[in-house]
Design a protein around this ligand. Structure first.
Ligand code: 5GP
Length: 210
């Protein structure tokens, strides 16, 4: 049973381009919330810093961490490995800190299946429409339209995992989406009433996948 003193685990997943990383950063600015920094074998992007955005490691170092069973979860995403080491997460939770995870559906499934002694809330973030998503991805991969197209195809597969999450939130407006998430976290913590319409989400997913 989760203890009142322990922190909670909050997972945010989304198809690429739904704005999840920005949301996680904004959520981490609240008191007592910290982001779990993942290990990855992918190359750093220009605006990314070692030990802040990720622990960027070689494939052999990543494999050593797997062998040593240091990962709480890990997965291969777009040809690179990504993983969350267990110790820093447990240490924070035991100190009463809430830990935010920016991880994909494979990692979310693994953590869920571990049924750990800490409260877990999972969110899946969706874009308002396929058109908006394509626009966001094209801006991000300005030099390579092929990557944007590939990520759109990936989107169609990733979106199907929405059903395994506690809540699906549509990121039309960043602040609104942020408020929706913080309200749901508060409602979960205090067993309050939740402003959540599953049928609306189901219809939205149908539109995204049609
Ligand atoms: P990016 O390369 O764009 O930073 O991340 C690609 C995908 O990998 C994103 O969906 C991100 O949430 C996911 N990801 C990042 N870190 C982890 C991790 O530690 N574990 C898992 N399973 N996925 C991760």
């Amino acid at each position: 049973m989760p203890s009142e003193k322990d922190g909670i685990m909050i997972i945010l997943s989304s198809p690429s381009g739904a704005g999840k990383t920005t949301l996680v950063k904004k959520l981490s600015q609240q008191d007592n919330f910290e982001i779990s920094i993942s290990h990855t074998t992918r190359q750093p992007r220009l605006n990314e810093n070692q030990d802040e955005d990720y622990f960027f490691v070689s494939e052999s170092e990543f494999k050593r961490l797997i062998q040593n069973e240091e990962f709480l979860e890990y997965a291969k995403v777009f040809n690179n490995f990504y993983g969350t080491t267990r110790t820093p997460v447990i240490d924070r939770l035991n100190k009463g800190k809430n830990v935010l995870f920016d991880i994909d559906w494979q990692g979310a499934d693994q953590i869920k299946n571990k049924k750990m002694d800490y409260k877990l809330i999972t969110f899946f973030i969706l874009p308002p429409s396929k058109e908006v998503l394509y626009e966001r991805l094209s801006k991000r991969h300005i030099k390579d339209k092929l990557i944007a197209k590939e990520r759109m195809k990936q989107f169609e597969r990733d979106v199907l995992h929405w059903i395994n999450y506690d809540y699906v939130v549509i990121n039309n407006d960043l602040n609104e989406c942020y408020l929706k998430i913080t309200n749901l976290i508060d409602a979960e913590k205090n067993s309050g009433s939740k402003d959540y319409d599953l049928e609306y989400i189901r219809t939205h997913v149908d539109k995204l996948t049609s």
